[in-house]
Design a binder for this molecule. Sequence first.
Ligand SMILES: [Zn+2]
Length: 511
Amino acid sequence: MKKILIISCVLMGFAMSAQNPQTKKITKKFFPDTEEVLNTTPALQKKRGFTDYEELLDFLNNLVEKYPDQISISFIGESQKGREIPMVKLTAPNAKEKIKVWMQGGLHGNEPASTESMLYLLDRLLNDESYADILNNVELAVVPMANIDGYLKNNRYAANGLDLNRDQTKLMAPETVVLKKAYAEFNPEVAVDFHEYRPYRRDYARMGDFGVTNMYDAMFLYSGNLNIPENLRNLTNGLFVENARQLLDKNEYTHHPYISSTKHYGDIHINQGSISARSSATNNALTNTISSLIEIRGVALGKTSFKRRMHSSFLIAVSYLRSAAENIQLVKDEIKKATSQENDVVINYERGVYKDKVQFIDVSAAEYVEFEMTIRDAWKAKAKLKRPRPKAYIIDAKRTLLIEKLETLGIKVRYLDEEKDYEVEQYIVESYSKKPIRYEKMKLQSVEVSLVKENKTFPKGTAVIMMDQRRANLASIVLEPEAPNSFVSFGVLETQKGETLPIYRLINEAQ
Ligand SMILES: [Zn+2]
């Protein structure tokens, strides 16, 4: 009996250390836990594990019971395992013009501080008078546990194995569809997606004598995609991220723009920022919204420094809410300005590449170390392929799958009520290749197209996507065939060499 007990303890000890790679020395020196967070959320009220589904619903229902005028729950749809996904809306019942802010956590199921900090945020906004200014000016929607099935298994992916933060243009997971619909319906001016990142990566284990670890409490990911109007990119970084950075500094938490390692011909490079419309930071920004994704240092750390992780996440949430509450008119005006711009569509791009010093924590020495590394920077991206912005895109009415996905993304689709002649550009597929291995359950296609002008008669019922709408930039990115996250690239619209695509560009004003 005794022997078995010892063996199981050893096994458990091994399993624990395999799960959490961080030494106590590093935790104590760089990431001591904080007492700034009250034990008001479910995971803080128990020794082991994180908030489960029943605890989540109980927690939200208790708030609704206590504050029925300020908070309400609805369910946006079901997870693949049939669990209803709650969304809460908060605001003060006054007649003031408000700004709408969307926040979500738990899109990746193994990033528990993201969900827990959303619950803590709800608790504080309602129970602490000092946040009353926020709800007086903001209408807030929160989806605290976006990927419930993954969350309950502490697993990054949805039940069918899809990564919900790579699925936002092909829209294959039911969770993505309901989240995008709820997002479009709410129609926020500001959107923040809370995550945690993995500080111990295989690439980092190869650096230094015995490996290094990422040192930042928080990293900010705001998109460098060139189709996002420059005024919104500047407002995101210059106001929202900047205010959050200052609040973290005041609380002595470290932060940095988002970085992650990437392999480049066998060498380890650093990717900085993101451009990719399949992920939330860019996808939401392409709806002409102030958008950020927040990465907190936490994946695989269990409950180590859990309150510290929650607290840094919470401070960022509060900062974004205050920035929104204090700049309602400015943000609305800039979104309007962004929506009236008529820039070219940037279809493909190259990241800026340069060398710079990057700081880490050396794992064995428990000291800061610095390496000169190659940075591939999304915020210094240059356009590789551009095309003039059309007045509209036109899609054959039979292509219902494409049209349905556009509508899920909140893109407005009009239907011709009579037959019309238009001069359009057609896409002819000049070169074609298909990846043999699946990525996120799809075989990626890559194409080169030529554009051919033609007068074409479109029957009644043909779908028209006008480009003077707020989500036009997102429409371009899924409809221009060579764009890396387009319907064609992801194989949603299958094609082959020599084909004419069922998508057309309207160059002159539609009558
Ligand atoms: Zn994540």
